[in-house]
Design a protein around this ligand. Structure first.
Ligand code: PLP
Length: 426
């Protein structure tokens, strides 16, 4: 309560803006994930890894647009690429000189992606991948996993979402080999696709075990279902995404977030034989139009993103920095004797308050939510912006100095809050 009051008292402009927005948007909001009480953090401007809110507070963003902001808020190469595209004129109603080059870079990077098509969001990419699977198999059932998030219209978190697209869905527990195999086999005759994030992102940065991924690969092959990896977030964790890092190859992959250089982006791709249904030269081609699918701003920014900035070497170093930060955070928790665990891989991580490492979103959600809100507000007060749900996604703009500063803030916080956390967790 005290932390909330302190937050509110320091932000009269943000409070006023939220009050005005309530009259025109439900809850004053158009992105559910950004809402938090008493009223949301409202940014005026971003520069590198720094965000300034409309009340004039400057903070280091440790969340980097939930992985899409990999390049920070003002990378010069992204800016130049967008300006290059702008200079050529927008809305060309035509193929352009960017999209083919961008597609080459994406296919070269992710081993399962032989052919790719672009969309404007990860949500759309997943809808199209699922549609591809149902058409290719002539089946209807989609198997997902508890805690999986595949976009605004496709989420299995917290028992499902009433506006999920009208597929017949069945939901298995994450990281439970036996349960997943049983469910896939029970639905085998109608099973079109098995879709999962190879590490739960929004579900708490919980990596899939290698045995789980391998079992899903095998059962997809056995049942004839299309295995789809949603690598919208995880593709940044290794040069070729988690499919390359784990060696488990899906039939299809969906991409999004940072790959479009921070512009609106999504993509779905996979085996040539699956993607061929979209080939407009075919008399039976499935139409996949989309006014902005090849928009020049995204295509140009994406080329710069993959060819000039997030090269394979940079991806390796960046994720090693993330691993080191996560290890240091876990060491701080041990030093203070506080039941806090930081899960994840590479540059993505999430805080959990409890005694055992969660292996599923259900386990993560059972852990202490009010403490995550307190951590969020405490860190904001010390100049660091993480996700309200306790997630971090490091951008390239977060340097060694910011990481050290973050560790110092956490050291201080864990000292001050140790008794409270221990009492709350039990
Ligand atoms: N898939 C995953 C794993 C995501 O994390 C997200 C977004 O957070 C999406 C899909 C949806 O992407 P978008 O928000 O671009 O629609």
């Amino acid at each position: 309560v005290e932390a909330r009051e302190q937050y509110a008292a320091a932000r009269p402009a943000s409070a006023a803006q939220h009050a005005a927005a309530l009259a025109v948007m439900p809850g004053g909001n158009t992105r559910s994930v950004l809402f938090h009480g008493p009223f949301p953090f409202t940014a005026e401007k971003g520069e590198g890894c720094l965000l300034t809110d409309i009340d004039g507070h400057r903070v280091v963003s440790m969340i980097g647009e939930f992985t899409a902001g990999l390049f920070g808020h003002s990378h010069p190469a992204i800016r130049a690429a967008v300006l290059r595209a702008l200079d050529g004129g927008v809305n060309l109603t035509a193929h352009n000189r960017f999209e083919g080059r961008f597609a080459e870079l994406v296919c070269a990077r992710f081993p399962s992606v032989e052919r790719v098509r672009f969309t404007n969001s990860g949500t759309e990419a997943n809808l199209l991948a699922l549609a591809t699977a149902t058409i290719a198999t002539g089946r209807k059932t989609i198997m997902g996993f508890d805690g999986g998030y595949h976009g605004g219209l496709m989420t299995f978190a917290g028992g499902g979402n009433p506006i999920n697209v009208p597929h017949k869905t069945v939901v298995a527990p994450y990281n439970d080999v036996e349960a997943a195999l049983a469910m896939a086999r029970a639905h085998a005759p109608d099973l079109a696709a098995i879709i999962l994030e190879p590490m739960l992102g929004g579900g708490g940065c919980i990596p899939a075990t290698p045995a789980f991924l391998k079992a899903l690969r095998d059962v997809a092959t056995e049942t004839g279902a299309v295995l789809i990896f949603d690598e919208v977030m995880t593709s940044r964790l290794a040069p070729g995404g988690l499919q390359e890092a784990t060696g488990v190859m899906p039939d299809m992959t969906t991409l999004g977030k940072y790959i479009g250089g921070g512009m609106s982006f999504g993509a779905f791709g996979g085996r040539e034989s699956l993607m061929a249904i979209f080939d407009p030269r075919r008399p039976d081609a499935i139409p996949h139009a989309g006014t902005f699918n090849n928009n020049t701003l995204t295509m140009s920014a994406g080329i710069a993103a993959l060819s000039e900035i997030y090269t394979p070497d940079v991806a390796v170093t960046h994720n090693a920095n993330g691993d080191a930060l996560r290890d240091a955070l876990n060491a701080l928790a041990r030093k203070h004797g506080v039941p806090m665990l930081v899960t994840g891989r590479g540059s993505m991580m999430a805080f959990h308050f409890g005694h055992a490492v969660p292996r599923s979103a259900a386990e993560a959600n059972a852990m202490n939510q009010p403490l995550k809100e307190l951590l969020f507000l405490d860190l904001l007060d010390r100049g660091f912006y993480i996700a309200r749900r306790g997630m971090i996604a490091l951008s390239l703009a977060v340097g060694a100095e910011e990481r050290q500063g973050f560790l110092a803030a956490m050291d201080d916080l864990l000292e001050i809050r140790a008794d409270l956390i221990r009492a709350a967790v039990g």
